[in-house]
Design a protein around this ligand. Structure first.
Ligand SMILES: Cc1cc2nc3c(=O)[nH]c(=O)nc-3n(C[C@H](O)[C@H](O)[C@H](O)COP(=O)(O)OP(=O)(O)OC[C@H]3O[C@@H](n4cnc5c(N)ncnc54)[C@H](O)[C@@H]3O)c2cc1C
Length: 538
């Protein structure tokens, strides 16, 4: 063995070297817990201390959560969030201003993953096990935000105000020493041979360059974010809208605006889609709006059909069963009994209560069947009863376009999940590049699932980026980065080794054997997504 055990030590948590790094990029770098201040001196390589810099692109849910996590695990890592607008602006407007933080009815992570039209297969792995809805709820509760779970599973702050979430995140970011820089757009990114990121940043018309050791792209559905990902070698699945309402041109239906149905079964049929997709049938509440149909069942269909609806130009057929709990034969017999019992009443004024329908909707059904207003039940034929039953079970609506849904809207598409490691959120293409949130080709249905994707991804990335403390036990995959001192400058080699070892001792020996040498500084060993510093004592 060329390298003795004594020449290594595991550095858990903080770097032993003090930070002297400062730059305009850290202009308002907030103080670390020990209130270290940073002054504004431009960044150059010469000023770079041994401390490393993580730049987070995007101060949304994923970026801020990830930044806090990174700074929590490695307080000496410099973490800067670049936000082009206001931080957490979507959190502010989310859930109608109440912020549906996550979903409290999906503790089974396999079931949880089923709520993601893009991602439902991939997210069944370690993703939610590492940080799922229960962890999210605990995190916010531990940080002083009281939460409540509503009957349908949506989780909100008890304050019913998204400000509680924003205040909590910003306070924690400040407390941990995350630098949040607003009004700054990251417009360009490249990576050099040594694995350093070179970022071009614009604030109004002023440009600056930043060099980062790690990059977390959490830019949501912004085109600039996709562009950064492609500059660093990634592909992008074409972004298309998800979670929208259906535009239906039907003047009779428009008169029902505001009518809700607690439970319908709706099926989406698209001309260009021949195959039978199970998710294009959904059960749940539906709402009539003045331009068409909305409500959870429609939004879910829009999400599962997002890509096909886009290709079809948002034209298709919706088939709704308004009484899904009753068989058509039962409906016919209930209607016949009603006819016999209320023969002398006008059909428009009296209908079976078992159906649980609004009177306005019953009139709509009769209008669609062209029943004259004064018709008595006595004069309704059996064929007519069959026809009404059929309409209640298979009511078709022609979808003419995409409506707007202001409460929640997401983008399907983005960086393909096949291009990242979901247990670390690190790029498979570019080491030390991480992604989290909506920038990825992941989107959920309504109910808090989209924020959960942001929290989980941010948390995992934040944990994986940093050289943090972690106890080793059992075999784990390791990834080693080395830095060689070469003519006074550091040169980095990345992703050099993947080994399974049962103890740190064994790991140290193997690393030493492979990369030993006076001039070698070994660092950043990835252990199931978290990193540790290992360095040559000399
Ligand atoms: C109106 C509305 C309501 C919603 N309500 C809910 C809800 O209640 N529950 C739920 O689960 N989901 C909800 N969603 C979806 C949810 O908001 C998103 O899925 C979530 O915000 C995604 O988080 P993110 O951090 O990935 O992206 P974002 O929140 O979009 O954050 C990305 C940030 O990156 C910044 N950025 C982008 N590019 C750059 C760049 N080049 N340089 C610097 N900064 C950049 C952007 O300005 C933005 O602030 C809602 C969405 C909308 C539009």
């Amino acid at each position: 063995m060329s390298f003795s055990l004594a020449r290594f030590f595991l550095q858990i948590g903080n770097s032993s070297k003090a930070a002297n790094i400062s730059s305009s990029n850290y202009g308002y770098l907030l103080s670390t817990p020990n209130t270290r201040k940073f002054t504004a001196i431009p960044t150059t390589r010469a000023h770079k201390s041994i401390e490393e810099l993580l730049v987070v692109v995007g101060g949304g849910a994923a970026g801020v959560y990830g930044a806090i996590r990174a700074k929590t695990v490695a307080p000496n890592l410099n973490v800067v969030v670049m936000e082009k607008g206001k931080p957490l602006s979507k959190v502010k407007v989310s859930g109608g201003g109440r912020c549906n933080v996550t979903n409290g009815h999906c503790s089974d992570h396999m079931i949880l993953a089923e709520h993601y039209p893009r991602g439902h297969r991939e997210l069944k792995g370690s993703f939610f096990n590492t940080h799922g809805p229960v962890d999210t709820m605990s995190w916010f509760s531990d940080h002083g935000v009281a939460l409540k779970i509503e009957d349908d599973g949506r989780v909100f702050p008890t304050s019913n105000s998204s400000s509680s979430i924003i205040d909590c995140l910003l306070t924690e970011a400040k407390h941990k020493g995350v630098s949040l820089q607003t009004g700054k757009v990251v417009i360009n990114a490249s990576v050099d041979a040594g694995g350093k990121f070179h970022l071009k940043i614009e604030k109004r018309t002023v440009f600056e360059s930043v060099e980062a050791d790690y990059l977390l792209i959490a830019s949501g559905s912004s085109r600039q974010g996709y562009s950064l990902a492609t500059q660093l070698g990634h592909s992008i699945v074409d972004p298309v809208p998800s979670l929208f309402t259906f535009k239906i041109e039907d003047s009779l239906l428009a008169e029902l605006s505001g009518v809700t149905f607690p439970k319908v079964e709706a099926k989406l049929k698209l001309e260009n889609v021949q195959r039978n997709i199970p998710y294009l049938k959904q059960v749940g509440p539906m709402l009539v709006t003045h331009w068409g149909l909305s409500g959870p069942v429609i939004l879910r269909l829009s999400a599962w059909g997002a890509r096909d609806l886009f290709t079809s130009g948002y034209k298709g057929m919706l088939i709704v069963d308004f009484i899904p709990d009753l068989h058509i034969e039962d409906i016919k017999s209930i209607l016949s009994q009603h006819k016999n019992k209320f023969a002398k009443q006008k059909a428009v004024n009296s209908f079976p209560s078992e159906f649980g329908l609004a009177k306005r909707f019953w009139k709509y059904i009769l209008d669609r069947e062209s029943l004259i207003g004064d018709t008595l039940w006595a004069s309704i034929s059996n064929n007519f009863i069959i026809s009404i039953a059929d309409l209640l079970k298979h009511c078709t609506f022609s979808i003419k376009g995409k409506g707007q849904f202001k409460d929640e809207f997401v983008t399907a598409g983005g960086v393909p999940l096949s291009e990242i490691y979901l247990n670390t959120m690190e790029s498979k293409i570019c080491p030390r590049l991480f992604f989290a949130g909506e920038v990825l080709n992941v989107d959920g249905v309504t109910g808090g699932f989209n924020f959960q994707n942001a929290w989980s991804g941010g948390y995992i990335a934040g944990t994986s980026i940093v050289p943090g403390a972690i106890t080793l036990s059992g075999p784990r995959p390791f990834k080693v980065y080395t830095r060689r001192r070469n003519e006074g400058r550091d040169k980095e080699c990345t992703t050099l080794l993947q080994i399974d070892k049962e103890s740190t001792t064994q790991l140290e020996m193997d690393v030493g054997e492979k990369y030993g040498g006076r001039n070698t500084w070994l660092k950043a060993v990835t252990v199931m997504g978290a990193k540790q510093n290992i360095r040559d004592e000399e």
